[in-house]
Design a protein around this ligand. Sequence first.
Ligand SMILES: [Zn+2]
Length: 256
Amino acid sequence: MSRLAVTRITHSCHLIEIAGATVLTDPWFSQKPGYHPGEPIALTVPELPHLDAILISHRHYDHCDLDALDALPDKATPIICCRTVAKSARAHGFSTVTPLAPWERTTVGPVTVTAAPAAHQVEEITFVLQGAGRTVYFAGDTTFIPELHDLPRRFPAIDLALVPTNGLRLRPLLNKKVVMDAHDAADLVALLRPRVAIPHHYAFTSGPIGDRILTKSDRDPEAFALAAHEASPEADVRILRPGERTDLALTAPSEA
Ligand SMILES: [Zn+2]
């Protein structure tokens, strides 16, 4: 049985161990005015383990901290990203950059990475990782769009889903919702039927002034846990603190 594990670093930044590979999602290791993780950042870039790939869903700073990745010693580390991130990643010296459009795929060692649709303020993709009989879905920022209904048709057995849950709204845009909220995320989990669901993207704050004039969000991941238990009682929801690692010691269907 191959290992599937997740360590949450902060916000949407995780280490996913799948098929013996380690993949970093949506790197964010710093903060600046208007952008605060709202929780500790568990690791610095020099403290990261060897990475087999880095996934970047879109170019917003809280998901695409390329300045911090300058400290990464190996610039041949593969970066798999949406098209609008590729040029910046290459400008930061990364030599192995693979931009994907929805439903395109690539491989890194034993892991296949397929891009899935997303809808946010800017071009974005979500990701499906497959390796050693395990399947993981990772969404950085997206609303729950009809295109995501293709996911369970293409990937009927998802072991783990990592979903954003803060329902981020932009006050200057008449409170337009640009990230799924707890109920949207619970509906997505009911659609994907993963064995384990992990919420992220909830502690974020724009700061005391920004939260009043720019953004509005739900910072409590328990709202997702409650909604997910209602929408799909069988889902195992795990809320991870920064630095916490969870191991999905799951028996693959073929081994059951
Ligand atoms: Zn975000």
